[in-house]
Every structure is written in C-alpha cells, then in structure tokens.
Ligand binder design. Structure first.
Ligand code: NAD
Length: 259
C-alpha cells in the first residue's frame, strides 16, 4: 500500500488516453476534457476527428486523430498499435462510440435482424473489442483504467430501444466481467449510464420530445456532454478504489418516483 501516491497528487498529466466516438457529442467532450487535464489523447472515430483535435490543441492540449470502426477487430489492432508506437502504453480507454437504431423500428417484434446486428456490433461488440485490444498492454504497463458508456436504457424499459437496451445491458455485464478478471492486475473498469444528453444522437427529435425527456430527469433539463466527460475524467483521475460499477449521470432520472 505504501507505494500508492498521495490522492491529492492524482492527475491525468501525460496519461495516454484513447477515446472512441471522439468526432462529436460525448466522445468529443471527453477527449477535450482529458486533453485539458494534460492527457495525451487519441481521438478515434469512424468519422473525421480533425475538428476535435483542433479544438483540443487550441486549448493547449495534445491530441491526434485515428480513423477506427469499433466494430472491426483489425481497426482496433492497427489503432492501438499506433498508440503504442507513439507513447509506449495505453493508460486510459473511454469506450464512448455508439449508435441508436435508425434502420428500423426498435421494438422486439418490429426490429430487423440487420438492425439488431449493427447496433449490437457497435454498442456491445465494439466495447469488447476495445477492451480486448488495450488490456494486455495495460497489464504489461502495471495497470490502466477503462470507462464504458452504457445508458439508462440498460436499467429500465423505454420506448423504441429494444436493440439499444440489449446492447447497453450487455455493456454493464461485460464491464463487471472485465473488472473481475483484470482488477487484480490493476486494470479498473467502470461504466456510466447517462440520462438524455443533448448531442447529435438525438437527431431530429421534436421540442416536445426534448421537453418530455428533460422532465424525466429530476433536474428538469437535458444533460450536457461535458457533464458525462467530467465523470469520465473523475473516474480516470480519482477512482483508484472503484471498479465494476455503473454510475448513472442522469439528472436523477434513475432515482425519480413515478409521480
Ligand atoms: N446522448 C444521449 O442521450 C445518450 C444517452 C445515453 C447513452 N449515450 C451513449 O453515449 C455514447 C455517445 O453518444 P452521443 O450522444 O455522443 O452520440 P453522437 O451520435 O453525438 O456520437 C457518437 C459518435 O460515435 C461514433 N461512431 C458511431 N459508430 C461508430 C463506429 N462503428 N466506430 C467508431 N465510431 C463510431 C460517431 O461517428 C459519433 O462521432 C453512445 O454510446 C451513446 O449510446 C448517449
């Protein structure tokens, strides 16, 4: 125990971080927050991350972009090999990339097999592939921290989120499993279950639907991507005795009575 540094010295300075979904939304906010705290951030996305990288640099942070489809094992292998070449290790992985099903209705009966496969591949398999790609090097380097983004849809039934809720529920199971398997090697793995956060994933949601989503929170507004990023940064920076947990960052949604 005596080799643990004092908690007040906890910092992300020079930590090597990988953030998926970093082109926009929660992933972008997370990349910017980690870079602002001094981490060396790789911004991974299927989309162009140049804008995120430029924003990080404008604030004095260090970031690079990499094109990576989280569904594809070879992309993970190449992406993480690049990080190891640049920095020699990966300290932190934020698995943020995700989609909702836009291909079909997302009810148990109305869902198409193709849509199910795509949502599960992105939102669940992508997280497994990410953890599989980084954990061996984390163990070799003496430890690491991973945060996986789940959803409040994993915790309760909600309209039109059948494939999504299945994937996000799987993220919680896989988070606990990875925490169990690699915690003894100092790889700490946690999940966050956001409430409704104002990002492009909401698509062309009507003002009425936005207001209804806001009312579902105790704090009567949509969350900001920066509010999820701040929890990721906290777990990365401070969470050295925390693993296998799911943190709702949901404006009190999960605590609200049906009233
Ligand atoms: N916004 C919300 O209300 C909310 C609530 C709960 C959970 N979440 C989760 O938070 C995460 C981020 O969502 P967001 O709201 O920022 O959405 P977003 O659509 O703004 O961003 C998602 C990012 O993931 C990337 N992405 C999608 N498929 C990918 C793939 N195959 N490979 C690599 N990158 C890919 C997209 O290009 C995009 O940049 C997702 O996992 C989402 O399910 C969001």
């Amino acid at each position: 125990m005596s080799d643990l540094p004092p908690l007040q010295e906890a910092t992300l300075r020079d930590k090597v971080a990988v953030v998926t979904g970093a082109a926009q939304g929660i992933g972008r906010a997370t990349a910017l927050r980690l870079a602002a705290e001094g981490a060396l951030v790789t911004c991974a996305d299927i989309k162009d991350t140049r804008e995120t990288v430029a924003l990080a640099e404008k604030e004095g942070g260090q970031a690079v972009g990499v094109e990576l489809d989280v569904r594809v094992a070879a992309d993970w292998e190449a992406g993480i090999a690049g990080v190891l070449e640049r920095h020699g290790r990966v300290d932190l992985l934020a698995n943020v990339a995700g989609i909702v099903n836009m291909q079909s209705e997302d009810t148990v009966v109305g869902l198409t097999e193709e849509a199910w496969d795509n949502v599960l591949a992105t939102d669940l398999k992508g997280i497994w592939l990410g953890m599989r790609a980084v954990i061996p090097s984390m163990i070799e380097a003496g430890g690491g921290r991973i945060v996986n983004i789940s959803s409040l849809a994993a915790l309760r039934g909600l309209p039109n989120l059948a494939s999504y809720s299945a994937a996000k529920g799987g993220v919680i199971g896989l988070t606990q499993q990875a925490a169990f398997e690699y915690g003894p090697r100092n790889v700490l793995v946690n999940a966050i279950a956001p409430g409704t956060i104002d990002t492009p994933i909401l698509g062309d949601i009507t003002p009425e639907m936005k207001a209804a989503n806001a009312r579902a929170h105790i704090i009567d507004r949509l969350g900001l991507p920066e509010e999820i990023a701040s929890m990721v940064a906290y777990l990365f920076r401070e969470g050295r005795f925390v693993t296998g947990q799911v943190y709702p960052v949901d404006g009190g949604w999960s605590a609200k009575g049906n009233y």
